[in-house]
Design a protein around this ligand. Structure first.
Ligand SMILES: Nc1ncnc2c1ncn2[C@@H]1O[C@H](COP(=O)(O)OP(=O)(O)OP(=O)(O)O)[C@@H](O)[C@H]1O
Ligand SMILES: [Mg+2]
Length: 389
């Protein structure tokens, strides 16, 4: 059975088998369940980690629950293969690590599947990004920009990738490629591919990289890769540089600069022994935009930068920041970080493409960055620049 099966409503026998986890799996207000051995069960709610009073009888009890979770989706875990990626039948992503690699007993981590994934309006409501930045990103997606969503663990990369993918027009053919299918696109014309680990005999592994290469033969209008974390980075860059524009992916990095060096490292993992300059040229030619996520001290997840990759100067990739989050410290009463997410005032290169394609800019950006050709026309006609929005 494929792990990427459409999420099911959990039947009572399955829920029963989840034992002490059942009320947590049922509770839609939780985003994460973290079991550290039989006696410590943590949950995350609204970005805060809480210790619950839930207990397993003993280690063997916890192991039985982990076995059940794996067995239901055809995955196994034992002391020889002590790590397991799996999924609950409702679609939640599961990871288990057991002894001997887990030193203090089995560790189970469940990222709860959201039945109702965050929409762009939710992210704006949380203050993750502004309406204006969202409108700019939407325009870039429509203009088929190649976009990297970058951030550390749990910063909201997959969620933002899902939102960005939601901007893809419904008449385009989308191929999604993931390690564990998490994306929930609302479009109809979506082909979902999921990688798979080797079976118990060490055979049958299908890596993300193979799926990326295969997707190119599937007449994609867009390729959406859940996360780039290996040699598939090279294949993605090559695809982006050879006409498969408008691709989206995420990458694990803490700043736009780090994103670029991480991408270099990933391309090297493809094992082709390319000179660094050639790799950088591929990156500079392929990637248009890096959207950087960060988790602030108050637990909130924020887009802290939107950065454009503009080309090469000598050996270096040149970038320019289009939007930037500037913190003004924490509110003394609530502890919430206050700050502004504002355009830096640098004119995005992609704007000309937006104008060419007739894609409207958010109003304030249109005011700051008028269409130069219209400016030219207005100058000829009127001899001055007033009245040009
Ligand atoms: N902007 C946001 N504001 C608040 N909560 C969010 C936001 N984005 C995501 N979340 C929540 O944070 C958790 C992690 O989100 P997500 O899976 O998108 O992160 P990620 O960076 O892809 O994580 P990982 O590194 O594990 O792949 C989820 O429970 C999700 O619902
Ligand atoms: Mg993710």
């Amino acid at each position: 059975m494929s792990m990427a099966a459409v999420p099911q409503k959990l039947d009572s026998r399955y829920l029963e088998a989840l034992g002490p986890l059942r009320p947590l799996v049922d509770d839609d207000s939780l985003t994460e369940i973290m079991v550290n051995g039989p006696e410590m069960v943590y949950v995350e709610r609204k970005g805060k980690i809480l210790l619950t009073d839930i207990r397993f009888d003993d280690e063997a009890h916890l192991m039985r629950v982990i076995d059940t979770i794996g067995a239901a989706v055809g995955r196994r875990i034992d002391s020889r293969t002590p790590l397991m990626d799996a999924r609950l039948l409702d679609g939640s992503r599961v990871n288990a690590a057991i002894p001997p690699v887990a030193l203090d007993g089995p560790i189970l981590t469940i990222r709860k599947f959201s039945k109702d994934p965050y929409q762009v309006s939710d992210l704006i409501g949380f203050g993750t990004m502004t309406q204006e930045a969202a409108a700019f990103i939407q325009a870039c997606v429509l203009a088929r920009a190649n976009i990297l969503v970058s951030g550390g663990t749990g910063t909201g990369k997959t969620t933002l990738l899902n939102v960005c993918s939601g901007f893809i027009p419904i008449d385009e053919r989308i191929v999604t490629i993931e390690d564990a299918a998490e994306l929930q696109l609302h479009q109809e014309h979506v082909c979902r591919l999921e990688a798979r680990p080797a079976d118990v005999n060490g055979e049958g592994r299908i890596a993300i990289r193979e799926l990326v290469i295969n997707s190119l033969r599937m007449r994609p209008d867009r390729i959406v890769v859940g996360e780039c974390r290996g040699g598939e980075a090279l294949d993605m860059l090559q695809a982006m540089n050879t006409g498969h524009d408008g691709s989206l992916t995420t990458i694990h990095a803490n700043s736009p600069r780090e994103t670029l060096s991480r991408l270099e490292t990933l391309v090297l993992m493809a094992g082709l022994d390319l000179p660094l300059k050639a790799i950088r040229q591929q990156i500079a030619g392929a990637i248009d935009l890096v959207i950087q996520l960060s988790r602030l001290k108050d637990g909130s997840r924020k887009v802290v930068s939107v950065t454009e990759i503009i080309g090469m100067e000598g050996e270096m990739i040149t970038v320019q920041e289009i939007f930037k989050f500037e913190s003004r410290g924490a509110d003394p009463s609530t502890g919430k970080i206050i700050g502004d997410f504002e355009p830096t005032g640098i004119r995005p290169r992609i704007i000309d493409r937006l104008f060419d394609m007739g894609i409207p800019l958010p109003p304030r950006l249109a005011q700051i960055f008028p269409d130069r050709r219209q400016v030219g026309v207005a100058t000829e006609k009127n001899g001055h620049l007033s009245g040009v929005a």
